[in-house]
Design a protein around this ligand. Sequence first.
Ligand code: BYC
Length: 472
Amino acid sequence: MASIDYIERIPNNVNLAENRRLLRALEDWQPKFLEWWRDMGPDGYQAKEVYLRTAVSVDARGWAQFGYVKMPEYRWGIFLAEPEPGRQVNFGDHLGQPAWQEVPGEYRGTLRRLIVTQGDTEPASVEQQRHLGRTCPSLYDLRNLFQVNVEEGRHLWAMVYLLDAHFGRDGREESEALLQRRSGDRDKPRILGAFNEKTPDWLSFYMFCYFTDRDGKYQLASLAESGFDPLSRTCRFMLTEEAHHMFVGETGVGRIVQRACELMRQHRTDDVRKHGGIDLRTIQKYINFHSSVSLDLFGSEVSTNAANFYTMGLKGRFEETKKKDDHRLKDETYPVAELDGERIATHLEPALVSLNERLRDDYIADCQRGLNRWNEIIKSHGIDFTLTLPHRGFHRAIGAFAEVKVSPDGRVISEAEWDAKHRGWLPTEEDAAFVGSLMQPVIERGKMAGWIAPPARGINGQAADFEYVRLG
Ligand code: BYC
């Protein structure tokens, strides 16, 4: 019977074998997912064996099993973190009530929208990254790209599970629509802005993993606080995988910075381009771009949507349960940076409508920590250069700053000044063409492209020259 096959194919801790309705929905969806994966997943290498981590259970031994797998045969599973006995709704109007195991009827539409928005980002990122395998700097990096891709695929499964298990026919329709939208498509784009941008080269990929996956961390952590318990448990497990994606981003950029510094020292010049490196000024421009499009993902500074998500008990704050306040926030305020005529000033706003900005603050502080580590690399080479995060108002398309032009150091500037200077702040076509020119594939075991330093250590204790992807 085909269904027995599916139960085996889909590692899960949601008792799939007993849930015939869910099983039928997934049997219907899985071939469409595979078709999407073939069309829109990694271009090339689909028939090759890749040294991948697969989650087969949520306990310490099962969540990270390593072995060679062909990507289309990856076992995309469905996992929820272990239930917390007696868990309650921890914030908003329903504070103290038992956490919901089923969708609360009055919040059905809102909850579905949140899950669909989250789910939409996962296949989008796979689509954005689909050509990168062709230009990998090493087998180690190629394997990391594919690990990120299959896990984003699993995160899509996680959201489809919620839609199919808890939202009936609407949920099944949304699950299909998640496979139909396309990153960057004019007619059926992905929902959120950053997921319609291109990821044309590996510098962009590492920046995306650093900045955009980190938005994932903060959004998932807020959804992990949800009073809708299946969403909370799903997101808690997803966060364990998200950590690896940010590691790929931080170490990837760090290795490019390292290589730039080595070349600067070796050739006594700031202009490492002619020596095959990516100069620090170009790296700064990519930071400016990826930081700003990722800041947009937090939504408007003042948002009634955010207030409603919270009051309904659907989406909390980062580390909500650790915070020592009333978890209702009706009488609280929060400082929000806003436009005040020609300048940017901080005003106290009601805390409930400021929740997007509060999460953005948590995110910015976290982003800065990685920049500090990259700056340590620069300093350790005796080089006087500091990478910085652009001001939160810089190059924004969502929220209060979308209407004006702001410099990276936070001044509201004229269109004329923007026109004169933005090429020094954001990657230009020439910058992209230069970075693109370095993207020549390196697929010999243990070899590394000249624009990036080797990693400090291999994956799962393996050597640097390990055969991370079997090309034979
Ligand atoms: N682009 O009150 P507003 C990840 C829309 S990443 C386009 O400002 P709200 C991952 C908004 O939808 C994490 N549209 O914002 C990373 C709303 O439209 P409707 C993804 C945008 O609603 C790497 C309107 O503007 N997860 O996991 O408070 C690889 C006014 O909304 C944008 C989530 O985002 C934008 N940037 O907050 C793979 C969590 N921003 O409803 C994966 C779920 C806003 O009026 N989503 N809009 O038609 C949410 O919590 C919220 O939807 C948002 C927006 C935080 C995104």
